[in-house]
Design a protein. Structure first.
Ligand code: PH2
Ligand code: MG
Ligand code: MG
Length: 157
């Protein structure tokens, strides 16, 4: 059976744009990336002094059940070089399950839908780009929050 998940992807160490693109590539081992947003440069949310992030959202079709998907994403994070695991620490790559079919899960290890996704411009701006059903949620954000996110235009040095 094929399941439909939205994943948030973020990086704020090394070359975050390169890392996010590599992260999207690595998802081929987890499912099929059916749609992907642009890359956005975003101010760190909920944390103090750390580098800006590059964020994106992808729409993934996968045969994996939610907890297996979570474990596979953690494995791919390590394969991509992630060494920090502390909550909200700067990281090479972070995959977050935003939604999975219409599933609701809330146990110690996994919460779906992601509990803070509707508060975060770095999630809703890319998500609304690929799924118009989130446009209203994006447009309901405080303008100051929306202003923390801007399209990343890769420099062609
Ligand atoms: N991820 C966090 C904490 N804060 N801020 C931005 N802009 N982007 C993120 O991906 C992000 C964050 C925890 O995973
Ligand atoms: Mg995260
Ligand atoms: Mg995470």
């Amino acid at each position: 059976v094929t399941h439909r998940a939205y994943l948030g992807i973020g990086s704020n160490l090394g070359d975050p744009g390169v890392n996010v693109r590599a992260g999207i590539g690595a998802l081929a081992d987890v499912g099929s990336v059916v749609a992907q947003s642009s890359l956005y440069r975003t101010k760190p949310w909920g944390v103090g002094d750390q580098p800006d992030y590059i964020n994106a959202v992808v729409y993934l079709e996968t045969a994996l059940k939610p907890r297996v998907l979570l474990l596979e994403l953690k494995k791919q994070e390590v394969l991509l070089g992630r060494v920090t695991s502390a909550r909200w620490a700067p990281r090479i790559i972070d995959f977050d399950i935003l939604t999975y079919d219409d599933v609701r899960i809330d146990d110690g290890a996994l919460r779906i839908p992601h509990p803070q996704m509707l508060l975060r411009a770095f999630v809703l701006v890319p998500l609304a780009e690929i799924d118009e059903s989130y446009v209203a949620a994006r447009d309901a954000l405080d303008p100051n929050e929306l202003a923390t996110v801007r399209l990343d235009v890769p420099s062609r040095a």
